[in-house]
Design a protein around this ligand. Sequence first.
Ligand code: FAD
Length: 313
Amino acid sequence: MTGLSLAHNLGKDNITIFDKSWRPGGRVSTRKNDNLLFDHGAHYLSINHEVEQLRILLNNLNIVDIKEINFSANFLKKEILRKKILIGKNGMNSIPRKIFDNLKIKSHFNTKITKIIKIKEKYTLFADNKEFNDFDLVLVCIPYLQAKELTNEFIDFNTKHEPRYDPIYTVMLSYEEDNNINIDGGLNLHRDISFFMRQNFKFPDLKDECWVLNLSSDFTTKNLDIDNKLLEEKVISIFERSFNVTQRTKFQNTHRWLYAQTKVTYNNLSKKNWIGSKDSKIFLSGDWVMGRSLSDAWNAGLQLSHYLKILNY
Ligand SMILES: Cc1cc2nc3c(=O)[nH]c(=O)nc-3n(C[C@H](O)[C@H](O)[C@H](O)COP(=O)(O)OP(=O)(O)OC[C@H]3O[C@@H](n4cnc5c(N)ncnc54)[C@H](O)[C@@H]3O)c2cc1C
């Protein structure tokens, strides 16, 4: 979302996007498995997010729906309320995908940039055995530690504050029959499960009951190498006890997000909204600059684009 925001806001036709993934969106991710669907990265946009430009764009492109759901603000304390959220019309990943389609710019997916070098004031990017030449400006919109590794020849990170991320395991579950659970999602299902959300209100054609559960960052940090099977057994047992589920899961899967959500922002530490190289030709941005949500990622791209316009790019 940070990279898409920059491309959208710079509005030039000479921009090329590189992504190591096969599709745009990064952590705004929708997983399909046969007929099952899971938003296993970002779940929804807050209806009160304050990034006006993103709100207008999402409305203009007609890619989000407002849903009102039964949400438990604290499952352990049995607090349930009606909550309005914004979701992608065809899963969360449809949001970045449509924004990307609308940009109509050059792109290379399945292309992980592993090295950047400078040759006569221009930059060359390397990926596997390919190279891409003659870039005037390189905007690196990836998690901070990965960005640091890629650009440490051009930026002195000893003088920079380090933002921090929380890691999160997500576990996806599906059941063939309806479990008659009267909550669509919530927080604190258990000490170790910080978040859970039903997927069916997002995908009306979904026949099986599907859920995504996030392990707490504390649990994830302490169990970074836990066996997926063990993890799934634990989560299933908690889920089934919490909701009196008697049937067995039809499908279960786990994904580990090492850099899931920002814990401490760069802006908070430094009061700055991006990191730049000495020659002002390489810039780093990402959700880690401003916050922990996809609207923060959009905002980070927007802020950097303002500065690049001042520099006349
Ligand atoms: C489990 C989970 C739940 C979340 N829940 C919510 C939520 O409910 N609401 C919300 O608003 N936010 C949520 N978030 C946070 C939100 O997803 C992120 O803040 C936002 O998507 C970050 O966007 P970004 O563009 O900064 O980074 P990313 O989404 O990480 O994008 C970085 C991109 O760079 C690519 N990349 C990385 N390295 C390279 C390389 N070397 N070469 C080429 N490409 C590379 C990646 O493939 C990726 O596409 C959640 C995140 C997670 C993981």
